[in-house]
Design a protein around this ligand. Sequence first.
Ligand SMILES: Nc1nc2c(ncn2[C@@H]2O[C@H](COP(=O)(O)OP(=O)(O)OP(=O)(O)O)[C@@H](O)[C@H]2O)c(=O)[nH]1
Length: 399
Amino acid sequence: MTIWYIVGGIILAAVVLVGLLAVNRRAALRRAEEQRQLRGGGAGRDSGDRDGGGVDLRDRPRLTGIDELPGTGAGEVVLTDEVVEPLPLDRPEAPESRLARLRRRLAGSNNALGRGLLMLLSRDRIDEETWEDFEDTLITADLGVGPTTELVDNLRTRFRVEGVADPAQAREILRSELLALVDPTMDRTIHADRGDTPAVVMVVGVNGTGKTTTVGKLARVLVAEDKEVLLGAADTFRAAAADQLETWGGRVGVPTVRGAEGADPASVAFEAVKVGIEGEVDVVLIDTAGRLHTKTGLMDELGKVKRVIERQAPVSEVLLVLDATTGQNGLTQARIFREVVDVTGIVLTKLDGSAKGGIVVQVQRELGVPVKLVGLGEGVDDLAPFDAEVFVDALLEVA
Ligand SMILES: Nc1nc2c(ncn2[C@@H]2O[C@H](COP(=O)(O)OP(=O)(O)OP(=O)(O)O)[C@@H](O)[C@H]2O)c(=O)[nH]1
């Protein structure tokens, strides 16, 4: 009799164990399914090969991300026994607090322009030599010869005419003259409001200036403003760029349309805008491949990308990304890009590493186009809307 109790006990334990394993397995499958939905149908890199009924992802641009938008096929779910927790979405920093950070970063940086101002404000008597030193510092800070001469001439006149007696008065004059140079009247808004079709923002520039990073960071800014965003990875030149973009998008729940490596960038851009129109998103951000401004063929290709997009929707912004550390070379790039794609705004990246804030003034003067955004580091929310007053006050904080 006892033996039957023991056998019965063993069978019962085995049944319970099998039951528990089945529950665990189901939980794992459910989590993987949740993960798939969160990532947008699990259209992973190799799912295209297995995707029977959907889009052939090797030939056509494909969509990855949170929301499945029309015009694309979802990939097959890859289930593993591994329990994968759904990734929580990031909560991007609001634009207002980015501005405060912009000020702190600029004020805290070793800024040559700020040091030049400090030199002027700290002298008891401003003699000819001081003005000359001041002028040299401004030129070193990439303010450019024209704006430097203009600033120094205006300051000299005002200091003389207004009989500057104390540093506070000098600082006030300096502030107003600097502000006039940076020009607070320029329209620095990013035109990202949809009309009949989504707003389309193209991001262009030479290699390594920070285009992909800028698109990723800008997507975060727009998501923080409650906009529905779609990314188009038209940088088909560098496969890692599309992966990079997809990762940026995934973190804030923004889908990405991408193509095969080496695909025609214009076709990816076209498809992204098409998907954006069908999905009724607010903004489509198009990342383009870095190109040397001296290579005519590549520059022509960029013009084509824009024209192809415009068959479906107007391009609301063409943002040129310039690396603030490249100085004069950045200006040469700017001139050529403007001719090809009609640049509407400048994104000045790596301002954190340049110590030469004067480039803001010079590039605006050269192009007649406002600096709209500035990159202040490699952190995910290190892109801030540019604000003339915040910028000038930050420079004067150093002084
Ligand atoms: N310090 C600093 N680094 C930045 C900033 N913006 C971008 N970077 C870095 O610059 C490097 C190049 O950025 P990407 O976004 O890959 O540049 P890209 O223009 O897309 O490059 P290509 O696709 O090769 O043309 C990366 O290491 C970024 O982290 C910035 O504002 N400050």
